[in-house]
Ligand binder design. Structure first.
Ligand SMILES: *[C@@H]1O[C@H](CO)[C@@H](O)[C@H](O)[C@H]1NC(C)=O
Ligand SMILES: *[C@@H]1O[C@H](CO)[C@@H](O)[C@H](O)[C@H]1NC(C)=O
Ligand SMILES: *[C@@H]1O[C@H](CO)[C@@H](O)[C@H](O)[C@H]1NC(C)=O
Ligand SMILES: *[C@@H]1O[C@H](CO)[C@@H](O)[C@H](O)[C@H]1NC(C)=O
Ligand SMILES: *[C@@H]1O[C@H](CO)[C@@H](O)[C@H](O)[C@H]1NC(C)=O
Ligand SMILES: *[C@@H]1O[C@H](CO)[C@@H](O)[C@H](O)[C@H]1NC(C)=O
Ligand SMILES: *[C@@H]1O[C@H](CO)[C@@H](O)[C@H](O)[C@H]1NC(C)=O
Ligand SMILES: *[C@@H]1O[C@H](CO)[C@@H](O)[C@H](O)[C@H]1NC(C)=O
Length: 690
């Protein structure tokens, strides 16, 4: 560590005035440590701190000043000793400090003994001594909404041929609105940002991609939240990366969504989170057969973003060789596409698909809304759905195709994505996508052989079926109203016995409960379980995990059935009472962005669930080690999860499928319901679709 300090002294302190206004990683690594219990209302009771590389006593204060901070005072350490101990304990556990480690703090030295987990303030007078430095971290903004760059919290880092200015808040370093690609031309594949010598102001989100009346075509931005900025050029000790692909039906969404903000995961789990924008709707997915407009522009953007991350993320503390792609809904479908996309394979090391849609032809039954998310159209078919209609609606009614295209290229972006017909289908373009569906029938070079998780929110289908507008008196009428099927189909569903009726005395509710289960199975559970089952048998992936989450909040809820019943004691809903776990409502638990805590189990569930997913990002399997949890002081997690026996495990599909239920007790540790058509869909997969 000594050489780092001398580089720092030579290159920085001598020009400390200019550097002081522009803190950078040129002279030291900087780690933001914050003991994050994920309880947002508790944030004011906690302080974090910055940890720098080794300096001599005389330079330690100046090193903190570069970040507009001071040396960490003894009084703060004493008043927040539990947090400080947990943070330093993790530093030691991670091998980033000795078992007995000294640090420079304000007016002295702090000792931390990892064996006894005790702090001390030894008197050490040694002008030669160099120690890691602990500085205050005084920015108290604790959410994506209140986090703002100021003159005192900025940080500047160099990566590639450019410099990036970001900032920190209470929980992480934040770099927002980084252009990862050049401004894309309409219906041309994106390429890596080629600017050089730029100082990129990464303190505000970039524009979202054109959608629903706002956004722009200049939208290929990504955002980074990181707990660690290495010394410039140092590639040791990099953190695993979660690469988040947002959902929104391939027509909406943005990487700036607060639900996917990585600040909590960065501090709680010590990983780097990247969230991206990609082109949407007709701008992202138009395919015109026989032309150069071959589709999948949004997918190409995702891969370009991956390439940017591989080239640059080390400068932001992330490991370019340990990237897990993770997405929800259309983001999960994107993950599924990337798992089988030749240009993407090799660019990530793990994959998580949350509530991927599929169904219909994949399962040997008729297609429906969800089908195209997992079964890719030909360009011809896509064009038949969203081709001539778009030309016509845009008034591009020239006779020659080339003229129509010229016309459409000039059509305003927001109007284009606002037409009643839009293209939003992943197509078999022969390059990004060259199969009709992901091949999990056998291990093969066209399918990324990485650890994979697919899973669902327990009632995903409740968002994609209709709660009867007028009360019904029979289950049959309810199913007909909710699913829009014929009486005889509804009757055969009832006769099959596959979907038991749960009788609460409210027929409308109870028949909807049956309908949503059918919708969940057809559009989510079957495709995702079958994918995991088949892959676990064929070895198509390195490993395969399935989950079902049955504690959720908010989400996509057109039927207004996703809110737990409210009462005076539970103004935000009582999650112990029945409610539906709708689409997208699991995101705050997975990404640790829960802003409303209805009961203590919400907090516990968030801690455990986000811990599983973060562990998968780190090690390719979802069960954190007890030694890690102990070192981090996540004792509540252990207490609640290990009530009876070993650490709660998420099973691979070789074993029984389990659900995550809270509080986790032996009783609640039960098998998830299996897709009612699983036998059929599984044999369909394993027989190669015959
Ligand atoms: C960065 O962008 C923000 C938002 O546009 C602006 O307020 C700020 O002044 C910019 N900073 C610099 C150094 O240009
Ligand atoms: C697409 O449609 C065109 C014209 O309708 C036809 O000539 C071509 O063979 C079709 N391509 C495929 C792959 O089906
Ligand atoms: C073609 O579109 C234009 C509007 O852009 C309209 O004025 C014209 O009537 C249309 N022609 C036909 C034949 O539909
Ligand atoms: C379906 O069944 C309901 C009674 O449950 C009946 O009123 C309705 O006419 C039937 N619809 C058709 C198309 O048979
Ligand atoms: C049935 O349940 C729904 C949804 O909770 C509720 O809106 C409705 O009032 C209930 N109907 C009756 C008759 O209790
Ligand atoms: C739906 O049915 C299941 C049993 O299949 C039951 O556990 C759950 O409470 C029901 N949901 C509601 C909202 O009534
Ligand atoms: C969250 O923090 C607040 C403020 O410290 C506290 O009152 C509350 O009990 C905490 N919630 C849980 C579930 O621990
Ligand atoms: C599915 O297959 C298993 C054995 O492979 C069998 O025990 C089970 O009954 C089957 N389920 C259905 C619904 O056919």
């Amino acid at each position: 560590m000594a050489p780092r300090s001398s580089i720092w002294l030579a290159s920085c302190l001598s020009v400390s005035l200019s550097i002081a206004t522009s803190p950078s990683n040129f002279g030291s690594s900087v780690t933001l440590l914050y003991q994050n219990n994920l309880n947002v209302t508790d944030d004011p009771n906690h302080v974090g701190f910055l940890m720098l590389d080794e300096f001599g006593e005389n330079d330690a204060g100046a090193a903190c000043e570069i970040f507009n901070e001071g040396l960490l005072p003894k009084s703060v350490i004493e008043s927040h000793s539990a947090d400080i101990i947990s943070s330093l304990s993790y530093v030691a556990w991670a091998g980033r400090a000795d078992l007995f480690q000294l640090y420079f703090i304000d007016e002295g030295v702090l000792g931390y003994n990892h064996l006894t987990q005790q702090l001390s303030f030894p008197q050490i007078i040694d002008p030669e001594l160099k120690l890691p430095v602990l500085c205050t971290q005084s920015d108290t903004a604790n959410t994506p909404g209140n986090a703002k760059a100021t003159t005192t919290n900025q940080i500047q880092i160099a990566s590639g041929k450019n410099t990036y200015v970001g900032f920190r808040n209470q929980k992480s370093f934040r770099f927002l609105g980084i252009p990862y690609a050049n401004v894309p031309q309409r219906w041309v594949y994106s390429n890596l940002y080629s600017g050089t010598g730029q100082t990129i102001n990464a303190t505000e989100y970039g524009s979202q991609c054109a959608q629903g009346g706002s956004g722009s075509e200049n939208c290929l931005f990504l955002n980074i939240q990181t707990p660690y900025i290495p010394l410039q050029g140092d590639t040791s000790d990099l953190r695993p990366v979660m690469f988040w692909i947002h959902g929104g039906g391939f027509t909406g969404g943005t990487g700036a969504d607060q639900l996917s903000d990585g600040g909590n995961l960065a501090s709680r789990e010590d990983i780097v989170v990247v969230t991206i924008n990609y082109r949407l709707s007709t701008l992202g997915f138009l395919a015109i057969p026989g032309t150069k407009i071959t589709g999948n522009y949004g997918i190409s953007d995702q891969i370009t973003a991956l390439e940017w991350v591989i080239e640059n993320i080390a400068s932001f503390g992330g490991d370019p060789n340990q990237i897990t792609i993770n997405g929800e809904s259309a983001g999960a479908s994107s993950v599924r596409v990337l798992l089988g996309s030749p240009p993407a394979i090799g660019k990530f090391q793990g994959a998580i698909a949350m509530s991927n849609l599929g169904g219909g032809v994949d399962l040997g039954i008729n297609g429906d809304y969800a089908t195209t998310y997992s079964s890719y159209d030909t360009a011809n078919f896509s064009f038949s759905q969203a081709g001539q209609q778009i030309f016509q609606e845009a008034g591009c009614n020239q006779t020659v195709l080339a003229d129509k295209i010229t016309c459409l290229k000039a059509y305003p972006a927001l109007k284009l994505v606002g037409l009643s017909t839009v293209a939003r289908y992943v197509v078999q373009d022969g390059h990004y996508v060259n199969t009709e569906e992901l091949n999990v029938v056998e291990r093969n070079p066209g399918t990324a052989h990485v650890p994979v998780i697919f899973g669902i929110a327990a009632n995903d289908g409740a968002s994609f079926s209709t709660y009867p507008t007028t009360p019904v008196t029979t289950q049959l009428d309810g199913i007909v109203a909710s699913l829009g099927v014929s009486n005889s189909t509804a009757q055969s569903i009832i006769n099959s016995g596959l979907f038991p009726y749960h009788d609460t005395g409210n027929v409308t509710l109870d028949s909807f409960n049956v309908s949503q289960r059918i919708a969940t199975d057809i559009q989510f559970r079957c495709i995702d379980q079958a994918t995991m089952y088949a892959a676990s048998q064929s070895d198509a992936f390195d490993s395969s995990y399935f989950y079902q989450i049955d504690r959720t909040i908010n989400g996509y809820d057109p039927n207004n059935v996703g809110v737990a019943p409210k009462s005076a004691a539970f103004p935000n809903g009582n999650p112990k009472l029945p409610y539906f776990n709708v689409h997208g409502a699991d995101m705050p638990f997975v990404l640790a962005t829960l802003s409303t805590i209805r009961d203590p189990n919400d907090l516990f569930a968030q801690q455990v669930i986000s811990g599983y997913f973060a562990e998968f990002v780190k090690s390719g399997q979802p069960n954190p080690s007890l030694s890690y949890l102990r070192a981090r002081g996540y004792t509540k997690t252990i207490e609640n999860a290990v009530t009876t026996g070993p650490w709660l495990e998420v099973q691979g599909t070789q074993g029984p499928i389990r659900r995550l239920d809270f509080p986790a007790t032996a009783d609640s540790f039960v098998d998830v319901p299996q897709c009612a058509f699983l036998n059929y869909s599984l044999s369909y997969y394993l027989d190669g679709g015959k």
